[in-house]
Design a protein around this ligand. Structure first.
Ligand code: B16
Ligand code: MG
Length: 216
């Protein structure tokens, strides 16, 4: 049985469904550039950095842009995304997440956030969750995004826990891959068919408690 001493949580798609807002903002940009983005295609952008996501989309749409234009589009996309974020409240924390976070904290396990997002602190503030995490590793703190394990390795170190005693909660294939590459346990939050490489997959946190650590 796994001896879990620290939990590393992804943000988008695990704690809050900002993935839907990323999708709407990317879709708007793609449509302006003359092509569409389906929800299925958006799946491959989850957990991937902003710059890398744009690279993937431009390739898909067969659009070539100068570095200046790319930067301009990234700023516009983030502006649309932030309009959704600014309208968000604590009601948008996904079902069961708050109780689960509190239970982990009360159990004495260490807790960190590991997100690719450069907006992570902004989102945590909107959700009143900043004080829940001992460390926040976000897109402003890494040089290699997921699926590279750097995000979670920095998180594990920040909470003084060896990777073998850490579990990562992730909704993205890239995030599950990052956790496994870092030598950690991975619990996928979403669909089994998508996240099958994880040690365990749950649809969400509703009704879930510390017994989950006995199931990996
Ligand atoms: P931003 P996570 C990731 O967050 C998202 O899943 C991904 O879709 C997004 O492109 C990335 O953050 C960067 O986000 O544009 O806000 O810097 O899932 O790792 O918490
Ligand atoms: Mg995510």
């Amino acid at each position: 049985m796994a001896d879990i001493r620290a939990c590393l949580f992804d943000l988008d798609g695990v704690i809050v469904d900002t993935a839907k807002y990323h999708y709407l903002a990317w879709k708007r940009l793609c449509n302006e550039l003359g092509f569409d983005l389906t929800e299925e295609e958006n799946e491959s952008l989850k957990g991937i950095s902003r710059v890398e996501s744009l690279n993937i989309l431009l390739k898909k749409g067969g659009v070539e842009l100068s570095p200046e234009k790319r930067e301009e589009h990234l700023v516009r996309k983030n502006g649309w995304y932030l309009e959704y974020i600014d309208a968000m409240s604590t009601d948008e924390i996904l079902p069961g997440v708050l109780d689960f976070l509190k239970a982990v904290k009360a159990s004495g396990r260490r807790m960190a956030l590991g997100s690719a997002s450069k907006n992570a602190m902004h989102i945590l503030e909107a959700l009143d969750l900043v004080s829940m995490f001992e460390a926040v590793v976000d897109g402003t703190k890494v040089t290699c995004g997921k699926p590279h394990p750097q995000t979670f390795l920095i998180g594990a170190e920040a909470v003084g826990t060896a990777p073998a005693h850490c579990v990562v909660f992730e909704d993205a294939v890239a995030g599950v891959d990052a956790a496994l590459a870092g030598g950690m346990y991975a619990i996928g939050v979403g669909e089994q068919s998508v996240l099958h490489k994880a040690h365990k997959v749950i649809p969400g946190f509703d009704g879930r408690g510390l017994e989950i650590f006995d199931e990996i």
